[in-house]
Design a protein. Sequence first.
Length: 378
Amino acid sequence: MNVAELPSLARYAARASESRGRQLVEEKSSSRNEFQRDRDRIVHSSAFRRLEYKTQVFVNHEGDLFRTRLTHSLEVAQIARSIARNLGLNEDLAEAISLAHDLGHTPFGHAGQDALDDCMRPYGGFEHNLQSLRVVDLLEERYGAFDGLNLCFETREGILKHCSLENARTLGEVGRRFIERKQPSLEAQLANLADEIAYNNHDIDDGLRSGLITVEQMMSIDLFRRHADVVMRAYPHVTERRMTLETIRRMINQLVVDVGEASLKAIDAAGVGSLDEVRDAGPLILFGSAIRDEATVLKQFLRRELYYHYRVQRMASKAKRIVKELFDAFVAEPNLLPTEHAARRARIGERAIADYVAGMTDRYAIGEHARLFAISER
Ligand code: MG
């Protein structure tokens, strides 16, 4: 059977056949290359399925059509693969990193992460990137021979998007680039940018759908208005909803094309001819400067008008309270933890509580909170 590399990989792409390998050596597959195997392991993990019920911006029960961490991750993977193909990068690796990048996210999005980080401050803090790595290295329990998913170095490196120097020193090989200030593979850099393209655009869609932001406000954003003007001229009679979706579609396309062109220029200018040279160069997957500025304006707008909207903040405040109260209750009374988590708590301390809380979906956390705090039977 053919387990060859992808066709037409550029010299600077990562190659499955040249991977630095897995922490535990395994027999090669007869049907898939090493990065395909990583992607499949991620898709089959329970942490991946839980993303379906974890908040992106809107809490899961607020509506069925909003993005969740799962649909967000799929959109990131799709965007990353498109750009990877255009640049001759390794689509399998870019896809694996993209699908795994949010596995360590807590319930309730960034509010949950901030609350858990606060709670864990006396015990080493909590970073969702680091937690994503912890999920694939340790927390998934599905193999006879090892904990975690035993992924390739390049996939793990891509998942660890950023990390403090202090944490990097405890992580061995995968933490070294933060200490030596080197870059990860272009596939990892790409997954990072695809993440940004995905959320900037789908948050406009979700924000408009929720009514928290309006088309009129969006028209003050150059990146949006430029495409909206063209769409309204071409299709003057379509509904506003369809106009905005057609506009967002074109925005994503422009960003994807722009990243491809700007990155190719940067790669050429740096003259990198191998993954090792990529690691020694500066960041090479990037927006062109004009689009970078426009994307920054869009991000600032979304932060101000959507993420800080009082209705989003109310939910975030409630979410923080739930996470904090759960954590504090388990610290004060570890015997409230389900048996397996209580056993881990006895072995590794409060980190086991963070693992338990971080692994919860939104609705599981809400249910667990009610089971601990509601006076009525549940
Ligand atoms: Mg993300």
